[in-house]
Design a protein around this ligand. Structure first.
Ligand code: IFL
Length: 432
């Protein structure tokens, strides 16, 4: 395991943040502290949970995880900011929102601790304020509160299309949107209980994000559903900007896979000046391109589709004249296996393919601004023989709706960590 020897420097975070300290967009690139800023990031959805003072909190582990990520050159973390209490088995518990208007202050203070420690390491975070999926309660839980419909867990219903179509009803539900905006205001206007700094003035926050992977509905979304989605993105992003003049706002979209494969929709939803940069995700196995039980037979087709997905979205970013971040991608361990003892040869090969395209196109000045791999497992370990998460178990990169070890990069995955460091060094060296 790589250690954090010497890389971490105690950077004074108590000085006020000047405007230049905030990540900003300069044409199709990010800028921070007067320099081009490339995202070498990890998905670390549970960072706020580890930061809590008691209960689920594990502050000593959090500090070690941050030091180890920093030592690799990771400069950005994509973190779940809020969760909704739900009966669904596949969701994390506890949640920051117990019920509409009832917030768990101790859990929210976990985010304060995370931000304070991130700032000390000169890292930045992207905070997402909702979830299209059920593993943190998310939009389906809002509908349970405000429509009285059951919160839908696709792990139970096995009906993803029905889940997506119903969950998109969130965008049209006025009461759910009102509570969602209450939660947004509570977080965006929060004052850090550890540093005393208002979040809106904290330059270690890079961006607010509407949700994790918001989709317009299912793959067969209607023109009306698409129009509702486009309006929702614009209006909520505008609302966040009305609360906070300093930070960027992004959608959390997966790209075409999360836009009913409709490039026009993706562009229409992200054209608004309220969206400062674009996001996309790459999931060859989830999307049926890669068969981890037949890696040799499915590799060529999967990597060809992945390369096309990676490149075509950079072309869309050129058309929209905005930076784009590949803020999620992953592949499972050899076998396939969830075991931390399994090798990661195929995943490493996939990561290298992804990194190489990002690095080459970023070096040419294309609007690809970096990546966040999914996801940092670090010192966490699966606790149960069936690899499912139960309250009290370690948090790993895989949220509770998936086996603990599916896509996580653990601190013992040395080949993966070295690969991340190799490309971190390359991206950080790009000057223009
Ligand atoms: O945002 C996400 N995208 C893909 C991940 C792995 O399947 C999943 O865990 C998460 O909901």
């Amino acid at each position: 395991m790589l250690s954090a020897c010497g890389i971490v420097s105690a950077i004074d975070t108590h000085g006020g943040a000047g405007k230049g300290d905030f990540v900003s967009v300069k044409k199709t690139h990010f800028s921070r502290k007067g320099q081009a800023y490339y995202i070498v990031g990890a998905n670390f959805w549970y960072g706020g949970y580890l930061g809590a003072a008691s209960g689920v909190g594990e502050r000593a582990r959090l500090l070690k995880e941050l030091d180890n990520m920093r030592a690799l050159g990771i400069n950005n973390l994509r973190v779940l900011a809020v969760s909704e209490k739900t009966e669904m088995k596949s969701a994390v518990r506890p949640a920051t929102t117990a019920a509409p208007g009832q917030y768990d202050e101790e859990l929210l203070a976990g985010l304060d601790f995370l931000l304070a420690e991130v700032a000390k390491r000169d890292m930045t975070v992207v905070l997402y304020l909702n979830n299209f999926w059920q593993w943190s309660g998310g939009m389906t839980q809002y509908l349970n509160w405000f429509e009285g419909t059951p919160a839908l867990d696709p792990n139970v219903t096995n009906d993803y299309d029905g889940f997506m179509k119903k969950t998109a009803g969130f965008y049209r539900n006025a009461a759910a949107q009102a509570e969602y905006r209450n939660v947004i205001a509570k977080i965006v206007k929060r004052v850090n209980t550890i540093t005393g700094k208002p979040y809106s003035e904290d330059a270690s926050i890079m961006s607010w994000q509407l949700a994790n992977e918001p989709r317009p509905g299912s793959g067969a979304a209607t023109p009306e559903e698409k129009a509702v989605y486009v309006k929702w993105v614009d209006e909520v992003a505008g609302y966040i900007h009305s609360l906070d003049k300093n930070h960027l706002v992004s959608s959390g979209s997966e790209g075409l896979a999360g836009s009913a494969q409709d490039a026009q929709l993706y562009q229409d939803a992200h054209r608004t000046h309220n969206i400062d940069y674009l996001t996309y995700h790459l999931w060859p196995k989830n999307w049926g391109w890669f068969d981890s039980k037949d890696p040799i037979g499915s590799w060529d087709g999967a990597i060809a589709k992945s390369r096309d997905y990676l490149n075509s979205h950079i072309e869309l970013a050129k058309k929209l004249n905005k930076p784009i971040v590949l803020e999620e991608f992953g592949l499972d361990r050899d076998g396939p296996s969830f075991s931390v003892k399994a090798t990661t040869k195929i995943r490493d090969r996939f990561y290298r393919e992804v990194f190489d395209i990002i690095y080459r196109r970023a070096s040419k000045g294309d609007p690809i601004a970096g990546f966040n791999f999914w996801a940092w497992g670090g010192a966490g370990r699966a606790a149960n023989a069936d690899y499912w998460w139960k309250p009290g178990n370690d948090f790993v990169g895989d949220p509770p709706q998936e086996e603990q070890g599916l896509y996580s990069v653990f601190d013992s995955d040395v080949s993966s960590l070295l690969l991340i460091k190799e490309y971190a060094d390359r991206l950080h060296a790009i000057k223009h």
